[in-house]
Design a protein around this ligand. Structure first.
Ligand SMILES: Cc1cc2nc3c(=O)[nH]c(=O)nc-3n(C[C@H](O)[C@H](O)[C@H](O)COP(=O)(O)OP(=O)(O)OC[C@H]3O[C@@H](n4cnc5c(N)ncnc54)[C@H](O)[C@@H]3O)c2cc1C
Length: 428
């Protein structure tokens, strides 16, 4: 099918075939652009491969919250804790951590939570529109359940509840018995729960990316397996993306390369504080028991999702270099905790995986035009919620490319929040 729109057959080159790249490419195709995606691997094999699958329109609480500073020393010394900072990588991650702590100031909460709400609230509807009948059996809206073993909410949780109340988000507080009524297989170790009926999950994050990629190619889009190297310019516009195979000419370029986006932005003169917040998953192909809804253990910051190919335990944060060796203690600690949650869980054939969340300090992605070349659009930095934030990001990218007004105010996701670019500094 050919779409007539403001793109009118202009060429869009998208760097990265993760969930952000493919949703952006599909939105550009719908605007009439002819689309080429370039990825060094198969679509969906980056961070988008191994996430927890949560699609969370109600996720509006930033990761950095007031009171974080007090907890930093503990993180440095507990290799099995929910958040760990690798000592050897501390010098390179310290500036990001400082910004992260600053982003958790009380006076930032209103604007950050509002921007997250705008980005996420319509996530389900947008996936439904994008996928049409392919959504059936691929995404489910059965709700999500948070559980805690501790008796009373701490100050951070109380603040998070206030934020949700402000946005009229529907939640149901559950006691010990009600948690068991919702999922009888859960051990009676949790005293508090919070149920989000409007959230849900995909049963296979990889298949979700592949499905969108197939929709793109079946309507004339091209996916190239090549490594992108750098942009080449003609005056103030990027003209080519040089790859290890081809030199790709485009009218519009999108940088959606996950954690690697930092280097491409830097090459264009934009310094973006992007840190690999590494997370792990354990995939259990024959779990024996299946969580009835997606469940998050909020004390240890990991979740469990019933997927079409087994149960996935995913989460925790490790602040380290993207290419640092994996630390098997982390998925093993998650598995141990998961077995306490579901005592009948069978871990035969368990597989471990690590992926790099591309994270900014303030939990908001970067969706903006490059300052050096306005025909390069950035779409990266979605951190913990890239699956959830991708559809609205795609809308904003397509609006920028087509020079029309995005459906939500894009200013909270702009580069400006990080200060002046090195490009601007060079120009004086
Ligand atoms: C353990 C874990 C659990 C998570 N759970 C959830 C969840 O439940 N819900 C949610 O919404 N989010 C979740 N996330 C976050 C989510 O997975 C990410 O935000 C999202 O996948 C980022 O997508 P992306 O397209 O930006 O990056 P990626 O998926 O990493 O895609 C980037 C692509 O760019 C390509 N690329 C990079 N450099 C080059 C180059 N030079 N040339 C060519 N190609 C290149 C890569 O090969 C890759 O395919 C989780 C993350 C982790 C780690």
């Amino acid at each position: 099918m050919r779409y007539s729109g403001p793109g009118h057959g202009r060429r869009a080159v998208v760097l990265g075939a993760g969930i952000v790249g493919v949703t952006a490419a599909r939105a550009l195709q719908r605007e009439g652009f002819s689309v080429t995606i370039v990825d060094q691997g198969e679509p969906g094999r980056g961070c988008s491969y191994g996430n927890g699958g949560a699609i969370s329109p109600d996720f509006c609480v930033p990761i950095a919250m007031p009171g974080m500073l007090r907890r930093v020393p503990k993180w440095l010394f507990d290799p099995n804790g929910p958040l760990v900072v690798r000592w050897s990588d501390l010098p390179s991650s310290a500036p990001w951590l400082m910004r992260w702590i600053r982003a958790g100031r009380l006076d930032q909460l209103d604007s950050l939570s509002n921007a997250l709400r705008q980005l996420h609230a319509t996530s389900y509807t947008r996936y439904q529109q994008l996928l049409g009948c392919r959504a059936t059996g691929l995404i489910e809206r059965t709700g999500q359940l948070y559980v805690w073993a501790t008796n009373a909410p701490n100050a951070t949780e109380a603040l998070a509840n206030e934020i949700r109340k402000k946005f009229d988000i529907e939640t149901r507080a559950l006691d010990r018995d009600e948690i068991r009524e919702m999922d009888a297989n859960l051990a009676p170790i949790f005293s508090r729960g919070l149920y989000f009926p409007d959230n849900g999950h995909t049963v296979n994050p990889l298949r979700l990316v592949q499905t969108i990629a197939d929709m793109i190619t079946s309507e004339g889009g091209v996916i190239l397996k090549q490594r992108a190297i750098r942009f080449e310019f003609d005056e103030r516009r990027a003209r080519f993306l040089r790859c290890d195979g081809d030199l790709l000419e485009g009218d519009i370029f999108v940088v959606a390369a996950g954690i690697a986006s930092k280097d491409f932005a830097k090459g264009l003169g934009d310094e973006v504080p992007l840190q690999a917040e590494r997370g792990y998953h354990v995939m259990l192909p024959n779990p024996g028991v299946w969580p009835r809804v997606k469940v998050s253990n909020r004390d240890y910051m990991f979740g469990m999702t019933s997927m079409e190919h087994g149960v996935r335990i995913a989460g925790t944060v490790e602040i380290a270099r993207a290419d640092a060796p994996i630390d098997e203690r982390r998925p093993r600690a998650m598995l141990k905790m998961a077995k306490r949650m579901y005592p009948k869980l069978n871990d035969d054939g368990a597989e471990f995986w690590m992926g790099c969340r591309p994270s900014t300090p303030d939990s908001l992605p970067v969706i903006d035009r490059s300052r050096a070349a306005t025909n390069v659009i950035y779409a990266f930095g979605h951190g913990h919620t890239g699956l959830t934030g991708a559809p609205m990001t795609a809308e904003i990218v397509a609006a920028f490319a087509a020079d029309i007004q995005p459906q939500i105010d894009p200013s909270p996701y702009s580069l400006k929040r990080f200060g002046r670019s090195c490009f601007a500094r060079i120009l004086g």
